[in-house]
Design a protein around this ligand. Structure first.
Ligand code: MG
Length: 385
């Protein structure tokens, strides 16, 4: 037993990285940002990192289409092709070193790195016998509140979707709003607020659609019990709006790096943040940002940009490990998908809440026979496409 423990402690090297491409069609098109952004299908990348100890870990990088952030599926796989050869023989349990290598080899391009980082966390959990929520700082597998996801539309349609979500247990809704007509946006938000029951609230996700003047006009003419999310395009614009309204603001798409989150705090631009592992480069960096958010008193919503229940589950692990007072909610992408590569596995929404798995590591093991042939395999300097 001691010898095995010593072996696990001393000897472990990455010997292979296999990459799969998955098309994940949405059940219905998703509209956001004032109707500017339409998402119909996601291009996901799954990776399996293999070690010489016989332990493998899984990860997923899945941008939310190619219009939401500066990322898309093919670039994930192009980035992994650059990174994988340099990661051979490195110890996957040394997460900081793995991330330093990835940042040195390929500066930026965080969306390409998150699957590898996630897979290394999965390996660390498996060899230590601990689920990720514990490794990330949790004391027990806390349930995480899950938001419903309400696409933008006429207020009566949005209210119908909210009522349906309420009947399924959701008490926090993420509703897309925002256009160029302040009067219409005021009317929509007022109609939705008037239809809410006493035990539910809405985070209105503007998804960058408003100019600062529109945001200030709308938000000074509505009363909401929830949050206003990413009202404008840039951090500076959002900070300008935040200084002229009373609603709590949560920021999302203007935050990519730790420095961005630090700038948001220095500007007093928000009271909450979204932390998405795929956008910031993986669980290692997402945990750093989450810990900073807890330190400065933010409320934190952890989810991922998109993907199968594998990516959803990684985010739920980090969300669950966040102190309850700072844990806002999460959301799960699999609700939107017509495909499920890991049926029955991972964090799933039950009555508006999701629990992280208690098995060691990520707790999700894709069936490689169901995934089919990998798009590429990297082994000790060789690539088999
Ligand atoms: Mg958002």
């Amino acid at each position: 037993m001691v010898a095995l423990a010593e072996k696990r402690c001393i000897l472990m090297k990455i010997v292979g990285i296999a990459v799969w491409q998955l098309d994940l069609p949405l059940t219905t098109p998703y509209w956001g940002s004032g109707g500017r952004l339409k998402i119909e299908k996601l291009d996901s990348t799954l990776v399996r990192v293999d070690t010489d100890a016989g332990v493998s870990g899984w990860g997923e990088s899945c941008p939310w289409g190619n219009t939401y952030t500066p990322a898309d599926g093919p670039r994930v796989r192009a980035g992994i092709a650059v990174l994988a050869p340099l990661l051979m023989k490195q110890d996957p349990r040394s997460l900081e070193a793995i991330n330093r290598t990835m940042d040195t080899v390929l500066p930026g391009h965080q969306y390409a790195k998150s699957a590898i980082d996630m897979a290394c966390w999965d390996i660390l959990g498996k060899v230590t016998g601990m689920p990720l929520w514990r490794l990330l700082g949790g004391t027990e597998a806390d349930l995480v509140a899950v938001t419903s996801s309400i696409s933008i539309g006429p207020s009566d349609e949005m209210i119908a979707l909210i009522r349906d979500a309420y009947s399924k247990g959701y008490r926090i809704h993420s509703a897309m709003v925002g256009g160029s007509d302040p009067v219409a946006d005021i009317a929509c938000i007022q109609a939705v607020e008037a239809a809410l029951k006493s035990d539910e609230k809405v985070a209105y996700d503007v998804c960058r659609a408003w100019l600062p003047a529109v945001a200030i006009q709308v938000l000074n003419n509505v009363s909401v019990r929830g949050w206003i999310e990413q009202p404008c395009q840039t951090l500076q614009q959002c900070a300008h709006v935040a200084s002229r309204i009373t609603h709590p603001i949560i920021l999302d798409e203007c935050l990519y790096t730790f420095e961005d989150y630090l700038s948001a705090w220095r500007l007093g631009a928000c009271e909450g943040v979204k932390v998405k592992p795929n956008r910031v480069g993986g669980l290692t960096k997402a945990r750093q940002i989450r810990d900073f958010g807890v330190a400065v008193g933010w409320q934190v919503h952890v989810d991922d940009l998109g993907g199968s229940p594998l990516a959803d589950t990684a985010a739920i692990h980090l969300a669950s490990s966040t102190p309850a007072a700072n844990r806002l909610a999460s959301s799960l992408c699999y609700h939107h998908l017509a495909a499920d590569p890991v049926p029955g596995q991972g964090a799933r929404s039950i009555d508006g809440f999701a629990a992280p798995p208690t098995a060691p590591g990520l707790g999700v093991e894709p069936d490689i026979t169901a995934l089919g042939m990998p798009a590429s395999v990297f082994r000790k300097g060789r690539r088999h496409a």
